[in-house]
Design a binder for this molecule. Sequence first.
Ligand SMILES: Cc1cc2nc3c(=O)[nH]c(=O)nc-3n(C[C@H](O)[C@H](O)[C@H](O)COP(=O)(O)OP(=O)(O)OC[C@H]3O[C@@H](n4cnc5c(N)ncnc54)[C@H](O)[C@@H]3O)c2cc1C
Length: 295
Amino acid sequence: MTRPFPDDLLGLPHRRDVPFARLTTLGVGGLCRWLFEPTTEAEAQAFVRACVREGLPWRVLGGGSNLVVLGDVETPVLRLAFPKLVQREGSELTAPASHGHIALAEAATQAGLSGLEFASGIPGSLGGAIRMNAGAYGREWVDVLTRFRFLTPEGELVERAPEPGDFRYRGSFLTAGHVVLSATARLATSDPETIRAQVAEYRAKRGTSQPLSRRNAGCIFKNPPGQSAGRLIDAAGLKGLRVGDAEVSPEHANFLVNHGQATAAQFAELMERVRSRVLELHGVELEPEVEIWRD
Ligand SMILES: Cc1cc2nc3c(=O)[nH]c(=O)nc-3n(C[C@H](O)[C@H](O)[C@H](O)COP(=O)(O)OP(=O)(O)OC[C@H]3O[C@@H](n4cnc5c(N)ncnc54)[C@H](O)[C@@H]3O)c2cc1C
């Protein structure tokens, strides 16, 4: 069933029936029936305002590296397609939310700016990274974020510095229709070779501990306070557990990998089996880090 959208919404750049398999790193999911791809902040704001006026819900998609999408999605999906321009002012870098996250870390390295080394192995977009407060190796976005621009669920454009309580471990207030538009990081000038050495060390660590040769969505569950989700799953003997082509990675228990033909339903079932087995054995309720979309 298709929804009748008003002319101003349909006048914005959009595509129909795009498979989520092409929009997510896990490579599964049904069709994105309505994919809106604004190229300017004004278009993004027009999208949100039109949705608000029409009483339509919407979803925001970045690089799809933290998502499992079940079935087709009729709800309009917003994916920013802003020009990928990075601006430097002193030791601060500002980039649009649609900028590739790893590419931004690389831009910082090339500029001789230290502080985004942690981001060098985290895929997706900058907007997704801000929303998720992405992090690794003891650092996360809130450590370097100085300003960010976003749309409220009412379509108001706000630019401000982070405030206490805005960000937490792998989360933020930027849910339920908020749209991150751009972000500024305060970095430190450093020698590019030193930065490169740190990036290489982090990449080598990932290369040995993560199943990067197969499609995945990074860590599936958040680490419970003081514990490691991967260790709990491993101790439950679940490495290698498979539902169809979806498998708990034998290399890293908190990664689920796609052997090629997996479906979103298989990943959802595998997640449920892992969650319930860990609860049964360790008494710990694992909370998904990946987001699950279903209409
Ligand atoms: C191999 C691999 C390694 C990973 N390693 C790490 C890691 O070390 N640390 C880590 O934290 N994560 C890691 N991840 C997970 C993932 O890369 C991050 O969560 C990433 O920041 C998600 O960004 P995205 O653009 O892909 O977001 P998506 O997956 O597209 O979306 C995730 C959430 O962000 C929201 N969102 C996306 N863009 C915007 C926007 N512009 N405004 C508002 N909301 C938005 C979506 O609505 C959704 O709620 C890894 C993933 C993979 C595949």
